[in-house]
Design a protein around this ligand. Structure first.
Ligand SMILES: Cc1ncc(COP(=O)(O)O)c(C=O)c1O
Length: 378
């Protein structure tokens, strides 16, 4: 490895939300950013941009559009046009723009559970009703439940790859979701922010790449923010291949979603065009963390169960057998480790916590040691 993912960085007093929230006694393994330095190519591009000391309102340059068109072709075998891209200050605002512009108030919005909190709460901001579609215990999608949830709904809000399960959907699973959306005339909003963090040689499939029938009803939301660890730059993009859908999506920008962060655009260009080797090494390091986590849990934590993450840097830990009441609070208070509360991901998350393993292995080991000691002390 030429990049040092083991290096421990002091993120206190840098405005890091993850590290500021609980103070110095607590090891933060919760919020979804990573404790790794970003790729040198990104730092260099930002430095070079700052040599030109004007930072006015910005637009994506053609070079960035072409870089993203190329990335979609190379990474996912997906052909898009430069004009399909809409730049945004985040995936979450993109979800809201899509719901506001494309889905009627009162409509049902199908969301698999557990799920990233904003996917569950966003429909409510636009007077729509989330229709919860639970994953099966093995992480699969039940066809009968899929059929009944999509019947009569207005939209499907997908997380692909999935937060918090770390699930990389198989093509057949995506086909089943796509077919249900086509059959029931649903808009499909596909949050693919975790697309480039993949283990064991997996490939990401954008659901819109499955064919024109599904592409014409899909808003795909992506960003370099997770894979390249630049979430604080608040820059993302939508890919909308149907011109009429794109025009309606853009109309919902008014008064809500302004232009995009000038430095975020520069970093996004550098990420996709120049930081491929860094990403490859980050994925290898994260896969090592995933393996370490899975092995340690199997060896030392008989009361905690998980499905080994296939992508993302997130692990969904089933702590129900430990009977801790509220495991997030227990681990925060007794182990001084901050995890995400499973209940934030929907009611089915009670008894679960989400652990972020996007950190130097020494921190992950320290976190697991603390968790183990807290359980021994019961
Ligand atoms: C699935 C998913 N979607 C969206 C977001 C937030 O994206 P953004 O910061 O671009 O709004 C996150 C962040 O954790 C996420 O995990």
């Amino acid at each position: 490895m030429t990049h040092d993912f083991d290096r421990l960085w002091d993120r206190y007093h840098t405005g890091s939300r993850k590290w500021a929230q609980y103070g110095p006694q607590v090891l933060p393994l919760w919020l979804a950013d990573m404790d790794f330095a970003v790729a040198p190519a990104i730092v260099q591009a930002l430095g070079e941009r700052l040599q030109h000391p004007l930072l006015g309102y910005s637009v994506a340059q053609d070079e960035l559009r072409q870089t993203l068109v190329r990335h979609m072709a190379q990474a996912y075998d997906w052909t898009i046009d430069a004009q399909d891209l809409v730049f945004l200050p985040g995936v979450e605002p993109g979800i809201s723009m899509a719901l506001k512009g494309l889905v009627a108030p009162g409509a049902g919005v199908v969301v698999q559970t557990p799920n990233h909190q904003p996917l569950l709460s966003s429909p409510g901001y636009w007077q729509q009703t989330p229709v919860q579609l639970p994953f099966e215990a093995d992480g699969s999608v039940d066809p009968a439940r899929l059929a009944s949830a999509t019947r009569g709904a207005g939209a499907f809000l997908l997380s692909n790859p999935h937060n918090p399960l770390g699930k990389v959907f198989e093509r057949a699973e995506l086909h089943a979701i796509a077919d249900a959306c086509v059959a029931n005339d649903l808009v499909l909003i596909s949050d693919e922010i975790h697309a480039d963090i993949l283990f064991d040689g997996r490939r990401h499939t954008p659901i819109a790449a499955l064919g024109p029938q599904i592409a014409r009803r899909t808003v795909t939301l992506m960003s370099a923010s997770k894979a390249y660890n630049i979430a604080g730059l608040k820059t993302a993009f939508a890919i909308i291949q149907d011109p009429e859908l794109r025009q309606r999506f853009n109309a919902s920008r008014q008064g809500m979603v302004d232009s995009v962060n000038v430095l975020g655009l520069v970093a996004t260009q550098a990420a996709y065009a120049q930081a491929g080797d860094w990403l490859q090494q980050a994925n290898a390091y994260l896969q090592g963390n995933r393996d370490f986590l899975v092995a340690q849990l199997a060896r030392c934590f008989p009361g905690i169960h998980l499905h080994s993450p296939q992508g993302t840097f997130l692990a969904w830990l089933d702590c129900r057998a430990l009977e801790l009441g509220n495991p997030q609070q227990f681990f925060l208070q007794q182990a001084k480790v901050a995890l995400s509360d499973g209940r934030d991901f929907g009611p089915a998350g009670a008894g679960f916590v989400r652990l972020n393993f996007g950190c130097p292995r020494a921190l992950l080991a320290e976190g697991l040691d603390r968790l183990q000691a807290s359980l021994q002390g019961r």
